[in-house]
Design a protein around this ligand. Sequence first.
Ligand SMILES: CC(C)(COP(=O)(O)OP(=O)(O)OC[C@H]1O[C@@H](n2cnc3c(N)ncnc32)[C@H](O)[C@@H]1OP(=O)(O)O)[C@@H](O)C(=O)NCCC(=O)NCCS
Length: 242
Amino acid sequence: MFKERPVEVSQEEITIKVEEIEPFLSAPALDMAEPKPCKIELKDGSTMLIREVKDEELPMLLDYVKKFMEKGSKDFYDIVGARVYAELLGYYRKRLKDPYLFVGAIDGECVGFANGRVRDKDINISLHTMAFKRGLRVGATLYYRKLVYAFEEQGNEEVWSTFESYNGWKRWGLGMAQPSYPYPEYQHELGGARVFYVDQQYWNAAVKDYVGQMVGNEISYDVSDELLAKNEKLRLPDGVNI
Ligand SMILES: CC(C)(COP(=O)(O)OP(=O)(O)OC[C@H]1O[C@@H](n2cnc3c(N)ncnc32)[C@H](O)[C@@H]1OP(=O)(O)O)[C@@H](O)C(=O)NCCC(=O)NCCS
């Protein structure tokens, strides 16, 4: 857009460095708690380490998630894959406000991931959870890890979720008996569907017990250097096995 200048000026043109534009485009970080690595024993006896993703792991995760977009619609893996691809890229290119991203790993193999973002000090937005290895309740556990992060480490008041798949709704909507806000007054940022939520009070009263009931074990922060080392360098599963 152009408009006639109303006064005489000393500089006809003003040059702006992109570094000066960047603060307008990327959101300033809030005080984010550093997610602690933790572990859980799954029902086949394997130990899953859950830790934050490392920046250098993002390109290989992007490549892997792309495969779900191409695999087809079974269990809604394609739409979740497409949205997760955008979220991973948003994280990588610093175009997502206060994101967090957990990976679950068994003996160095990445078996699933879960992500979200801190909207403000009160509301934590759950984005997606994906199980790359099925039948072990990996996804159930990784979603639960997001709630632990929000309520125990981040001190948020509520976690807002929405569900794109029957498995997702069954796991956490039904599985945690989550209430929802009136619709359409409240809409989730993922496609404008209804908002399901857990708040601090409900977390403390009931939802804390979820993973114990679901997996039969609790999350533990007693993570040895050996377990961390085993999962230091991640590899993705061979192909998509859903
Ligand atoms: C939703 C999701 C994360 C749940 O992961 P999960 O807790 O690890 O559970 P699974 O998907 O492996 O299994 C769900 C159920 O189907 C069964 N199942 C389905 N496909 C299976 C397979 N290929 N092998 C073994 N079990 C399978 C499981 O035994 C399980 O039964 P259970 O409820 O008795 O435990 C996972 O289904 C997923 O990634 N879905 C696609 C992405 C998605 O929908 N994300 C959530 C968006 S709302």
